[in-house]
Design a protein. Sequence first.
Length: 274
Amino acid sequence: MDLLILLKALILGVVEGLTEFLPISSTGHLILAGQLLDFNDERGKLFEIVIQSGAIFAVVLEYRRRLVGAFMHARSDAQALRFLVNVAIAFVPLAVLGLVFGKQIKAHLFNAPVVASTFILGGLVILWAESRQKYTRVETVDQMTHLDALKLGIAQACALIPGTSRSGSTIIGGMLFGLSRKAATEFSFFLAIPTLFLASLYQLYKERHLLVADDAGMWAVGFIAAFASAYLCVRWLLRYIMTHDFRIFAWYRIAFGLLILLTWQMGWVAWVDH
């Protein structure tokens, strides 16, 4: 296995792990990082699916007791059952809209100018959301209703536009709908499990012709890097939100988006469609 390929795999795995659960768009970062590393061909797209799985397992590990308990007691515990049903309800909007519009979105919106623009717009939305007077009626995930779950599912569906951020849409949407910062953040983690897992399985099935044993080393490096960085990021974010808001991520999004637009407009980087 080429050492340069392994280095690219390591870098992209870390990028995926650090950005998947922060409100800064992992898809947007992977599009841009893949472009800079010249790793955005069909092989690179399949690799992104593999490392996404690593990030999923990080959340599963962090919340393993909660998840196992919910499945084991769903028949006897109404709260456990409601939790699982809420996650299922919230998953539906993105799944349906992704199946209907996924091809058109990938064909027309997976490019640097769109990603940069949505980075900036998302940052402005976060600043607006954080400046509003907050009314919290749902302190924990267990207090969420089915309607709350549906609203967050619709918010998550906005992330079909690359650069928007799946976690950002869910978290900020949850806060606007009356969830506490902690409840919105944790539910975005739980919702990521079926969303990313089923999306990865679907894409792996579609791209199964690209699966070759020679790439196993590259996949392993990327998977482990994504898993480790995502696990550390999730644990850090849970501590961070106890005493901080999301404004720092908003300013990062705006600055990063402007940088991409500048390099594209000036021709310093030859950004092309993903």
